[in-house]
Structure formats: C-alpha cells, structure tokens
Design a protein. Structure first.
Length: 396
C-alpha cells in the first residue's frame, strides 16, 4: 500500500502545477468533530479565500453520528461516499501524507491530533463576522414544526423550549459496541439532578425536553406535575429533529459532549453544565456558549477541591479515568440545588435580565485569573455566578 501512496503522491505533485488537490478527514464518528469545527472552517474560507485553484476531497469515518448533518455539509464540501474500503484507503493515505510532511496536500484544517488550537476553536473570530453556513429550508422548518406538534402537548410557534442534554453510556456503546466509555466516566451526568431545575423552568412557562440520540434509560416524570418529555425515547426522534431542536429551543443546556455544538450552527449560544476542564473557557469563548458551571474535583492528597489554576496545570482537559485514579482525584457532579440555580441563571440570560449579576466582582476575578494563566479573556463566556459564589476558593 505504501507504494500506491507514493505513486498517488507523485501524481498529485505533477498535477499541482495546474491544480492543487487536498485531502481532508471529516470526523463523522462524533458530531462535535464535524459540526462547529466545519462551520468555522467554512467561515474561514469565506473570509480568507485562497487564490490558487484547489480541489478539496473529504472522506468520512465508517460511523455517521448524524446523517442529516452530513448531507447538509455535502452541499458545501466535496465528500466521498461513505464506504469502508474508500474510508480505509483515504485514511491510510491521509496519515501517509502527515507522516511524510506532505501537508501541502492536506486540507487546511487544524486537526486536534496536531494542535491544541484545533478547528473547534474560533481563533480568527469568524463566527461573529460571518453568516450561517448551516440553514434549514422553509420546507424543513415546516416539517420540524409539524413534528414538534406531535411530540409536545399544546405546542405552537410561541412555545418556549429548553433542551437539556446529559451524557451517559449509551451513545459510546452505540458507536463502539461496548458500554465502556473509554476513560470518560467523569463526563457522565445524572438527569435526575435536573428535576428541581425542570420545575423552576416550568414555572416560567418553559417546556423542557431531554435531548440526545441515545440514552441508557428513559426519564419519566409525572405529566400532571411537569411539562417535560424525554425526546431521546420518542418515536419521532431523528437526525433531522436533533438539529431542529437546537434551532428551535430558546435555551440549550448541554454537558461535555459534541451535541452542544449544534446551537452555534444557528449562531445561538448554549449553556454548559457539569464540565470538568477549565480550558472550556477557551474552547467556547466565541459567542457559542453563554454560561458554564463545573463539576468539582476533590484531591484526596490535598484533602480539598483543586483550584482553577491546578485544573489547568494538571491539564485536566486531557484526563482519562485512569488519570483521575492515579492522581487520587474524585469528580463530584453538580447537585440538584446547584443545577436549579444554574437553570434560573440560564432563564435570566434568555430574558436578558441581571447583567450586573453576571458581571459581578467574582466574575472579574475569574477573568483576570484566566488571562494571567493564558487560558481565556472570557470576552464572550461567563462562569455561573452562583457557582463562583459557592466555590470562591477555586478562583486561585
């Protein structure tokens, strides 16, 4: 196969005098890796066009996390058919080009395996300076509204929706055929901690949906007491509706998973809960995330919670389960009372209330710390003020 790769490379070199062909991997196995990142890539191409005639050829992974999203990108990119043989050949050739420093034949896409500032990070601030790359047609919007009428009692175009995502085992099990989440146990979130928050949202006339493509167990709440459904178990669930809910929801509360990138496709901010790594303040400091709260990480060695600075110095963003164990660290999920406060804050943001509350002294202290650590200037993202007030000792 190496000989074939060398011959193909020789052909590309000869052809490059007239036409440059570049290869790119569309990481379809994870929606986070081909939603926001491709959105940023397309916006960068608009704002920083190349002069030389170039053809970009994209290949996919075997697993397609969302077929509707892939088909939308096919209208913007030249993407090869999803075929195991094609995928295997092009991935091998892609890695061959990388290994042999032939990056001039690779699409100008910042691969997460090569740089910390990968394509998910809007390093050129293009999202705020470019129009949407992903749009629904009028027909698709009509279809989405008709489906929501079937799912949500008394639904109409004035209904206020909150979508909540809580990562669990089922999605990774679906992709990899195992319930082992490959070192991501700490990213799981218990939806039951949201029950108080759901009740608070209902009081403000929001209907709440639990979203996600796959879930381990259906969440059932008394319909007389709660305006809530577990969409992930709905018979109307689809790749299309997964994205349409991100478009239609007034608020989108997501845990540390790729699905949180969906609202940003429509230039709408989401809110992230139960995040472990503080570096998220850099990943989403681009108008796509309005508010964050964190899980706490308890050090058995120090007999206290680790600070924001320690979170960065330990590089928690790269941790697997075994790293937490070897460092004697315990991850503590956000409790139901804290989640209720977080939900209230998200509703305040939706209603454009309490700007002073979100720009409190502790927020400024956190921002100054992040700047000093070289993490983020927090120009477009905030940490939950109720979280900061309760855990002030972490701002060190």
């Amino acid at each position: 196969m190496q000989i074939i790769y060398k011959l193909v490379t020789l052909f590309l070199k000869l052809l490059s005098y007239f036409l440059v062909i570049k290869i790119g991997e569309l990481e379809t196995r994870s929606v986070g890796h081909y939603s926001k990142s491709i959105d940023i890539f397309l916006s960068e191409k608009k704002l920083f066009p190349k002069n030389k005639m170039t053809v970009e050829i994209w290949f996919t992974n075997n697993f397609i996390a969302n077929h509707f999203l892939l088909n939308k990108w096919r209208k913007k990119l030249f993407i090869l058919p999803n075929n195991k043989i094609i995928n295997k050949f092009f991935f091998g050739f892609y890695m061959f080009l990388k290994k042999n420093s032939l990056k001039n034949f690779l699409v100008s896409y910042r691969d997460h395996r090569d740089t910390i500032n990968w394509q998910l990070r809007d390093i050129h601030n293009v999202l705020k300076n470019s129009k949407q790359n992903f749009k629904f047609s009028e027909k698709e919007i009509q279809e989405g509204e008709e489906l929501l009428q079937k799912i949500i009692p008394n639904y109409n175009d004035k209904t206020k929706l909150i979508s909540i995502h809580c990562r669990d085992d089922a999605y990774v099990a679906r992709i990899r055929g195992t319930i082992v989440d490959y070192g991501n146990n700490f990213r799981r979130v218990n939806i039951k901690n949201f029950i108080k928050g759901i009740a608070s949202a209902n009081k403000e006339d929001y209907f709440v949906l639990k979203v996600g493509n796959y879930s381990s167990e259906e969440t059932i709440l008394d319909t007389k007491q709660y305006n809530f459904i577990d969409y992930s178990f709905s018979k109307y669930k689809s790749d299309f509706l997964d994205l349409y809910l991100a478009y239609r929801s007034s608020l989108y509360l997501g845990s540390d998973s790729g699905i949180v990138c969906f609202p940003g496709l429509f230039r709408k901010p989401m809110m992230m809960h139960n995040v472990c790594n503080v570096s998220v303040l850099n990943d989403f400091n681009d108008s796509t995330c309005a508010l964050v709260n964190f899980k706490k990480i308890y050090s058995k060695k120090l007999k206290r919670l680790i600070t924001f600075s320690e979170n960065i110095s330990l590089n928690i963003a790269s941790f697997k389960d075994e790293d937490f164990i070897s460092n004697q660290l315990e991850v503590i999920e956000t409790g139901e009372d804290e989640i209720e406060e977080f939900v209230k804050e998200c509703i305040w943001i939706d209603n454009k209330k309490n700007d002073k509350y979100f720009n409190c002294e502790l927020q400024s202290k956190t921002r100054n710390l992040m700047i000093s650590l070289g993490v983020s200037n927090m120009g477009d993202i905030r940490v939950s003020p109720s979280f900061l007030s309760k855990y002030q000792d972490l701002i060190r």
